[in-house]
Design a protein around this ligand. Structure first.
Ligand code: CUA
Length: 381
């Protein structure tokens, strides 16, 4: 936010400063007050009466743009609206640095304004050198050292693993979606995709990996980001402090659909979470009559070669597990609403919806077949 305002103020200061130097010699013999009065009179005559309002207008527009940008600091995908322990600490660090930077900024702007009015050559070289060495080298070194110590002191808390017996979730970055596997204590792993649900107030360990390219998992509302690197497993511990639905994104360029690689994070009360996980472990329910046709089409058109729907012969492992896909918040890795019309669009036009996606489009199927498929998938709750 400070930059546009700095640009506006320094523009005004530079203009005044240049004009002041121009007139300085002519006005040298006059007293300070008289000189200032004359300065303003000459300036108004030179610049005309339209210049100051125009400058003020530009400054106002810049301030409004900055304020508008600051509105992006809330919502389901913002570190500055924290809903997790890690994000709370990062937010605190951010606001401290904003406060300190604001003070430094005010001081620098104060100096710039002072330079406009100061007598040219009014300061000794020794003083100027002291300002350059003190303000340009010693002071920044001190401030950055304090930031460094503050930041390093946060790391042990942010990197500490969850206590023994905590929930463990493996998340794999795929091209371009998220494979999510819950490992409940004493239970079988439960696989789903493109959605992570968490119990509020409980620390959770995420184990992050990738089979091919580097991704980075970032849930800004909950904690900082962590890379997913082929050949190694990174641990990211997080603890959600507020229930709600948050947004996760891939924060490392990973290919053509990188910007369309998102997911939802649903933070629930612990009881509701336990019931949800138990339901996710179940196979898909038997389809009703309306969905039976879609199930048949799903199997004959080869969808089962890539996708698993537990409780049916579909056991493909290449694409996302669809056993309970109808219960998820969104489709296509966080880019479409979860509703039949969006399902139909996704199946028929995968490449148009997510350029670069590996799933072929099935737009050649008759519309009623696409509708039947959408109804079947939407019914997998
Ligand atoms: Cu995955 Cu960017």
């Amino acid at each position: 936010m400070q930059n546009p305002i700095t640009v506006a103020i320094l523009g005004v200061v530079a203009e005044r400063s240049a004009f002041g130097r121009l007139k300085g010699r002519q006005l040298e013999s006059l007293g300070m007050r008289k000189r200032r009065r004359q300065f303003h009179a000459v300036r108004s005559a030179k610049l005309g009466s339209t210049s100051p309002p125009r400058r003020r207008k530009t400054s106002l527009i810049l301030v409004f743009i900055s304020a508008w940008l600051m509105l992006g600091c809330g919502g389901p995908q913002s570190t500055l609206d924290p809903a997790g322990r890690g994000a709370e600490q990062i937010t605190e660090l951010f606001w401290w640095s904003v406060a300190v930077n604001l003070l430094i900024w005010l001081f620098v702007i104060g100096l710039a304004v002072y330079a406009t009015w100061a007598q040219p050559g009014g300061h000794r070289h020794r003083k100027a050198n002291l300002l350059i060495i003190g303000g340009g080298a010693v002071f920044p070194t001190l401030v950055l050292t304090v930031y460094l110590i503050y930041g390093l002191a946060l790391l042990p808390g942010l990197l500490a693993p969850a206590p023994e017996g905590s929930l463990q979730i493996a998340v794999l970055g795929e091209q371009w979606w998220w494979r999510v596997r819950y490992h409940p204590q004493g239970g079988e792993p439960v696989e789903l995709a493109n959605e992570i649900r968490l119990p509020v107030g409980k620390p959770v360990d995420l184990f992050l990996a990738s089979p091919d390219v580097i991704h980075s998992l970032w849930i800004p509302s909950l904690t900082g980001k962590m890379d997913m690197i082929p050949g190694r497993v990174n641990r990211l511990t997080l603890e959600a402090t507020k229930t709600g639905v948050y947004r996760g994104i891939c924060a490392e360029y990973c290919g053509s659909a990188h910007a369309l690689m998102k997911f939802d994070v649903v933070v629930m009360e612990p009881d509701a979470f336990a019931a949800w996980l138990e339901h996710q472990a179940q196979p898909a329910s038997m389809p009703q009559r309306a969905e039976a046709r879609g199930r048949e089409l799903f199997l004959i058109h080869g969808c089962s070669a890539c996708h698993t729907v537990r409780g049916t012969p579909a056991e493909g492992k290449v694409g996302p597990d669809l056993t309970h896909v109808g219960s998820r918040v969104s489709l296509g890795a966080g880019i479409l609403p979860n509703e039949p019309a969006a399902f139909l669009r996704w199946i028929a036009h995968t490449e148009a919806v997510k350029p670069g996606v590996h799933m072929p489009a099935f737009g050649m199927l008759p519309r009623k077949d696409l509708q039947a498929l959408a109804v079947f998938l939407e019914g997998l709750e």
